[in-house]
Design a protein around this ligand. Structure first.
Ligand code: HPA
Ligand code: ZN
Length: 326
């Protein structure tokens, strides 16, 4: 492996991780059994074999179905804790994770059940693993803006433990503009906002995320390279892109890892970062994403260091905490 020792030794930040996307098939079976749910697959291998996606939607259909095994606060704790143990193995010292409350409230699970399980695992990781974190509540863009306001209301008792807001799910046909009023309400709470944009959607969606949702990071954003004036704006404002290389291959945004534009993003002067997105579905946690890119794109040592540095720069850590890791 090119630069494998360097990559495993470097402290890393992860900024784009859906906790529901860290549900490994083994845990899916364990939770299904614990909760008396029958899965439509006979074995763990059969589940893995189904992870052969054509695009974002074909993944989302399985991702939302898989989340059905998550029922109790302990389930959300176990899910989050398993991911945090992987962080420790990958030397991820800081992680900013998304959760999709509507995936669970829509099937009758209380907001507090979801939140408390995740929160308790994050707090335990701070104390026991020395991993810091932020928690980002993400709205599902295939649902209405009104639905978003409903879940924001459900979040109110827990806002002290929520660090920001995001926007995910089916991108094309659900532009950021659909959520302009909802994000204005989020900003009124004094919390930062991010949005998935430019994954499958056009550069225009990245412009909208910036101008209408006033985001401080773009999740994915790889299609920004199609628009030179957008690149200039992103570079000038040092707007981070949370890039997810393995995700982009599994969801066919690029054919193969060697075709990924991560290196061009860096060469354009963008603050690109490396993240895993939904590692249980896409076949690699953060370290594997770095290793794969180093190998297939021929990243230099300087580029690897830059990507790790960008992760901390783009994080919501305090300036003092950033200085510690950079
Ligand atoms: N894109 C949009 N929605 C998602 C993703 C993604 O990569 N992962 C989980 N929900
Ligand atoms: Zn994502």
């Amino acid at each position: 492996h090119a630069h494998a020792a360097l990559i495993s030794a470097l402290p890393k930040a992860e900024l784009h991780l859906h906790i529901e996307g860290s549900l490994e098939p083994e845990m899916m079976f364990r939770l299904a059994e614990r909760n008396g749910i029958s899965l439509p697959y006979p074995t763990v291998e059969a589940v893995r074999a189904a992870y052969d996606f054509d695009n974002l939607q074909s993944f989302l259909d399985l991702y939302y179905a898989g989340a059905g095994v998550l029922q109790t606060e302990q389930d959300f704790y176990d899910l989050t804790w398993a991911y945090l143990l992987r962080c420790r193995d990958d030397k991820v010292v800081h992680t900013e994770i998304f959760f999709d409350p509507q995936t669970h409230t829509e099937r009758g699970i209380a907001f507090g059940t979801v939140y408390q399980g995740i929160r308790r695992a994050l707090d335990d990781a701070r104390a026991q693993l020395n991993i810091s974190s932020r928690l980002i509540m993400s709205f599902l863009r295939h649902l209405s803006e009104e639905d978003g306001f409903v879940v924001l209301e459900q979040a109110r008792p827990y806002l002290a433990g929520i660090d920001g807001f995001g926007l995910d799910s089916s991108e094309v046909g659900h532009p950021p503009a659909k959520f302009a009023r909802l994000f204005a309400a989020c900003h009124q709470l004094g919390l930062p906002c991010v949005a998935h944009a430019g994954e499958e959607g056009p550069p225009a969606y990245v412009w909208e995320a910036l101008d209408l949702l006033k985001v401080c990071r773009i999740d994915h954003g790889v299609r920004a390279l199609e628009d030179a004036s957008l690149v200039a704006r992103l570079v000038a404002s040092r707007m981070p892109l949370t890039v997810c290389p393995y995700s982009n291959i599994k969801l066919r945004v690029f054919d193969q890892l060697k075709d990924h534009n991560l290196r061009q993003l860096l060469q354009a002067g963008l603050c690109a970062t490396v993240n895993s997105d939904d590692p249980a579905y896409f076949g690699g946690y953060v370290q594997e994403n770095y290793l794969g890119c180093a190998r297939e794109l021929g990243l230099s040592k300087a580029e690897i260091l830059q990507l790790c540095q960008n992760g901390f720069e783009a994080s919501w850590l305090s300036p003092e905490e950033k200085a510690h890791w950079q």
